[in-house]
Design a binder for this molecule. Structure first.
Ligand code: FO1
Length: 316
């Protein structure tokens, strides 16, 4: 019997770790993962959806654990060859990974939605959980930096997050419609918990919350909203979260990440090292080791998050 649906909001690398943990402790039909698509872009004529792809590869066990993105057992003949032709090689598309982008691009051009394509790819790769984009409409994160306006992957990969960030915008978000099945699930009255994975709040979770109607639907679904801090011991586990906090004039802390979800959070899981820092937040705090180094720690954290959510659930 189902224990209720868990809706997880996730970006790529950090979020996918907890999503995998959740997938191991929940029945497949009880997990719905909503992926950020603000990182999506068109490159070499192909439609790339990095966060959906990272989630797909991680959940299917095909992920490249060295890089944190892309496929395992990858080869790079295409990249090497395009470089010899003077083509663009700053964004690395592996030979195996390339197949996914070619197939997605073909199907998008044929009029299929990103949701349909993602659903089919997941099925093909043996993923039983639902992974859905936040929207089937294009949303593109752009960065206002000391080098001017940059497209997200220009900032993130080409410039390796070096430019100083002044502002982030999610182009297209105001016109984007939330993914329909996500809205249906949130309105179903069967949601046990909403989990905000330990992804970068600025570039992975806020684009999801910027899709009109999604934040409200999450707040109204009747289930506790529990986040896991992306800051551990006052530092970002990976990626530019801490650097962005500083550049945006914010304190680098677990509390700063939680404040990005003001009005939404009922529970917050932080590392014991950050316990002092989060005093004063209105969310219920649970301290637990949040570094996910292997499968066991991912599952353990998933259980802690669910226990916290269940302890906060309104009695029905
Ligand atoms: N990240 C990199 O740092 N360098 C790359 O060359 C790169 C290629 C790439 C290709 C396909 C894909 O799905 C993801 C890829 N990523 C790459 C990761 C990705 O762009 C970022 O980690 C996310 O957008 C941030 O969540």
């Amino acid at each position: 019997m189902s224990n209720g649906l868990v809706v997880a909001l996730s970006g790529g690398v950090g979020g996918a770790k907890l999503a995998l943990g959740l997938s191991r402790v929940l029945a497949p039909e009880d997990l719905l993962i909503v992926a950020n698509t603000g990182d999506d872009f068109e490159h070499l004529g192909l439609s790339i959806s990095p966060d959906i792809d990272t989630l797909t590869y991680v959940l299917s066990g095909l992920d490249n654990q060295v890089l944190g993105w892309g496929r395992r057992d990858e080869t790079w003949s295409f990249m090497e060859t395009i470089a010899t032709l003077g083509g663009e090689s700053w964004f690395r598309l592996g030979d195996r990974d390339l197949a996914l982008h070619v197939e997605r691009t073909r199907r998008l051009r044929a009029g299929q939605t990103l949701s349909q394509i993602t659903r089919d790819v997941c099925r093909q790769l043996g993923i039983a959980q639902r992974v859905l984009p936040m929207s089937d409409d294009p949303v593109r994160t752009r960065v206002r930096s000391d080098e001017g306006w940059l497209d997200f992957q220009d900032y993130f990969v080409r410039r390796q997050c070096k430019p100083v960030v002044h502002e982030l915008v999610f182009e297209g978000a105001a016109q984007a419609r939330p993914q329909a099945d996500v809205l249906t699930a949130l309105a179903s009255g069967t949601v046990r918990a909403v989990v905000i994975c330990p992804s970068n709040p600025f570039i992975s979770i806020e684009p999801i919350l910027a899709v009109p109607g999604l934040r409200d639907a999450l707040a109204r679904c009747g289930a506790p909203v529990v986040a896991v801090s992306p800051i551990v011991g006052g530092r970002a586990v990976k990626g530019p979260t801490a650097k962005m906090m500083q550049e945006l004039g914010l304190t680098i802390s677990a509390a700063t990440a939680a404040r990005r979800y003001d009005g939404l959070l009922s529970g917050y899981v932080v590392d014991p090292a950050d316990a002092d820092d989060v005093r004063g937040l209105s969310a219920t705090i649970k301290t637990a080791p949040t570094l996910m180094t292997d499968l066991a720690t991912r599952e353990a954290l998933a259980r802690i998050v669910l226990d916290l959510a269940d302890s906060l659930a309104p009695r029905r």
